[in-house]
Design a protein around this ligand. Structure first.
Ligand code: ADP
Ligand code: MG
Length: 678
């Protein structure tokens, strides 16, 4: 098949249409065939005229006389009478004068449109009609609706796809034959044809299943191959030192939770092996991941290795360094700690670089500054990445390359990744879940508020502040915007300062501020010198202020569920009751999505819900996995994902060569490069 044939070589594609198709990313026939519909309108059920009811209808009828006329103010009306065995009905088109000539009397047509009342008379308005004796594209079928662009309608795309049906029919298979048979999948050509022109909802489902299966199969196969390769790499093993672990735990002011113990143990076992660890630690906000990371780190340091601990913001890196310093003191290791930030003065940086290069500093906490070419590690054995989804694959690879061999890697995230998604996206990692919080934490009370309840809300909040607690206010914007009707840090700050919270100390924090200013503000807040901190989502990650018990989120509807869940985690860090108020942008009824936050305090369940309602993008935002591109697969389809994953494992176990599958091996090499941590 000539799938690479340019789109302009098709009938009906002149320079203008060609341009529009390019806008949609369609350059050749293959692009056209893989440009799946966004949705479908079901016009497959044909009703008799006698039985039609208001709404979308499809008829099969003869057309009797068609007339056109102007009805003033330039408005043109075309009217026809459609007749079937049972009755007749009026068809009306507005401003389509060409209809009068193009509709042939005495010919049978399929007619699809809306049956509705117009000037007290029932008629079918602006229907699409096609001769009943032709291959119908736009009526009497499940009609595919494509992504459109100005001047290019779905109906034109349909025509082009139809021209290529012979090409679809000879599309080569891309999956192994045994897999198609075992999973009872549609062939590729059957599936693609049914994606565009499904004969029934059942066949459309089968088509989606085949294509979704293939997407997940490719992705997991790539991940599993990476994993297999990584297992073949040699890492320097870090031995478990029981006395050290015991000494560390004995000096903690609390007992580890069972979840923490289990996870630390898994990490210790990973590091003892000579294959590199590649483990993701998932734990809800406040579940205590930092301790787990530090416990891994001290093992590595004791054995003479360096540890790089990378966090996404300076604020967070500084807090980590403070926490870690306290934890290292009882072990006498605090002088091995260094904090590397982009904002350090050049002289400080040079000095730190030297200490890292000589191996004097062994525990290096920092931001992206760790990746800088100037940083030369002495003996990097373990990498810890906090909030791993905030970093790209390239950044992680760069940090890893500083070891000169494969270091152990531990990634941490508070974004609860639904299991189905984790297995697909992170098939190459081992996953530990810290699924319990330290005891004694009260669940955060979450309340949705409408703007007209502000006065009462502020009164309630002030009581909390009066008793010594503190509040975060989070806004979507830094400054007010003409484009978005959403609250800004500056606006909210000046409002609160000049009215209801005149008597309180208020600070602001956002990403545009200088590191030093941020640092100062944060210090004031941590030390209780500020009652209220108005900020953007920079407080989302990590920041720990146990005395803050109120979180007010402005324009809550603009945030993802997982994100709000992380934000409210900021006020659940002590034994005081935490409150999260979700202020809506207007007083209309909040969506099911937002309401879920009131009832549900399980980050995983919320992430599943966001995944279902808004798709994976909601959880990962601008995730680095551009090439992952799951267009058809539903990540909520756990059964399909499990079988695709099993199939990928089976493929690897069978020892079959990828090379015999041309298309598949091409896809796998692209996917491996975007997920690969090697
Ligand atoms: P996160 O998982 O969100 O990174 P942190 O590691 O910052 O959570 O821990 C949150 C808070 O809980 C910290 O103040 C930490 O000292 C405390 N913490 C951690 N583990 C325990 C525990 N087992 N018992 C009590 N408090 C704990
Ligand atoms: Mg953390």
């Amino acid at each position: 098949m000539n799938a690479d044939k340019t789109i302009s070589s098709l009938k009906g594609v002149g320079p203008e249409t060609n341009k529009k198709l390019q806008i949609l990313g369609i350059e050749n026939v293959s692009d056209l065939l893989h440009n799946y519909p966004r949705r479908y309108d079901d016009y497959s059920e044909i009703s008799s005229i006698e039985n039609i009811t208001p709404g979308l209808v499809t008829l099969r009828a003869l057309i009797k006389n068609t007339t056109g006329r102007y009805v003033g103010r330039g408005m043109h009306i075309t009217e026809s009478i459609a007749v079937d065995k049972t009755s007749s009905v009026r068809l009306v088109w507005f401003n389509q004068p060409y209809r009068e000539k193009s509709i042939l009397p005495g010919v049978e047509y399929f007619i699809s449109g809306e049956f509705a009342l117009r000037n007290q008379r029932l008629c079918v308005q602006n229907p699409t009609i096609e001769r009943a004796d032709s291959f119908n594209l736009n009526t009497a079928r499940i009609v595919p609706i494509y992504k459109e662009t100005k001047g290019l309608k779905s109906s034109q795309i349909r025509k082009l796809v139809k021209q290529n049906i012979p090409n679809i029919k000879i599309l080569p298979e891309t999956l192994p034959a045994w897999l198609i048979k075992k999973e009872k999948l549609f062939s590729r050509s059957q599936a693609i044809l049914a994606m565009h022109f499904p004969e029934s909802p059942e066949l459309l489902e089968k088509a989606k299943k085949r294509i979704g299966f293939e997407e997940v199969f490719e992705l997991t196969l790539a991940a599993l191959m990476n994993k297999k390769d990584l297992a073949g790499e040699h890492a320097l093993n870090i031995l478990f030192d029981k006395d050290l672990a015991k000494n560390f735990v004995d000096h903690l002011p609390f007992k580890l939770t069972d979840s923490q113990k289990k996870t630390v143990w898994q990490v210790y076992k990973d590091m003892e092996r000579e294959q590199p660890m590649n483990r993701l630690i998932e734990g809800d906000v406040g579940s205590g991941k930092t301790i787990v990371a530090v416990m891994a780190a001290v093992m590595a340091i004791k054995q003479g290795f360096q540890v790089a601990f990378m966090a996404p913001t300076e604020l967070l890196a500084r807090q980590h360094a403070d926490t870690i310093c306290e934890l290292l003191k009882p072990l006498g290791m605090e002088d091995k700690l260094g904090l590397l930030l982009g904002s350090l003065k050049p002289a400080q940086k040079t000095q730190l670089h030297a200490a890292i290069g000589s191996g004097k500093i062994q525990f290096i906490v920092g931001t992206h500054a760790l990746i800088s070419e100037k940083v030369i590690m002495h003996s990097l054995g373990l990498i810890i990445i906090d909030e791993q989804h905030r970093f790209g694959v390239q950044q992680r690879k760069k940090l890893q390359s500083k070891a000169g061999y494969m270091p152990h890697v531990m990634s941490m995230t508070a974004t609860p990744i639904p299991r189905s998604l984790a297995l697909t996206l992170y098939g190459e990692m081992d996953i530990s879940v810290i699924d319990a919080k330290p005891p004694g934490r009260l669940p955060i009370k979450t309340t949705i508020c409408s703007p007209n309840s502000r006065p009462q809300l502020y009164e309630q909040i002030d009581k909390q502040l009066a008793s010594g607690r503190q509040m975060f206010v989070v806004c979507p914007l830094i400054v007010q915007s003409d484009m978005l009707s959403a609250e800004s840090v500056e606006n909210v700050f000046s409002n609160l300062k000049s009215t209801v919270f005149k008597h309180r100390q208020i600070g602001i924090l956002h990403g545009k501020m200088k590191a030093e200013e941020k640092e100062n503000t944060m210090k004031l807040f941590v030390n209780g010198k500020l009652d209220i901190l108005v900020s953007t989502t920079v407080v989302e990650v990590g920041v720990n202020v146990p005395n803050a018990t109120v979180m007010l989120i402005e324009n809550a509807e603009r945030f993802g569920l997982a994100q709000i869940h992380q934000l409210r985690g900021r006020v659940g860090r002590s034994s005081h009751q935490g409150h999260c108020y979700l202020m809506m942008g207007d007083s209309s009824r909040p969506s099911r999505r937002i309401r879920a936050l009131e009832k549900n305090s399980d980050g995983f369940a919320l992430a599943e819900l966001d995944l279902e309602i808004r798709g994976p993008g909601a959880i990962y935002g601008t995730m680095q996995h551009g090439a992952l591109d799951l267009r058809v697969a539903k990540l909520t389809d756990i059964k399909m994902i499990a079988s695709a994953r099993n199939a990928a494992q089976e493929f690897i176990d069978s020892g079959e060569s990828l090379l015999q599958y041309n298309h598949l091996s091409g896809r796998i090499s692209i996917l491996r490069s975007v997920t690969n941590l090697n």
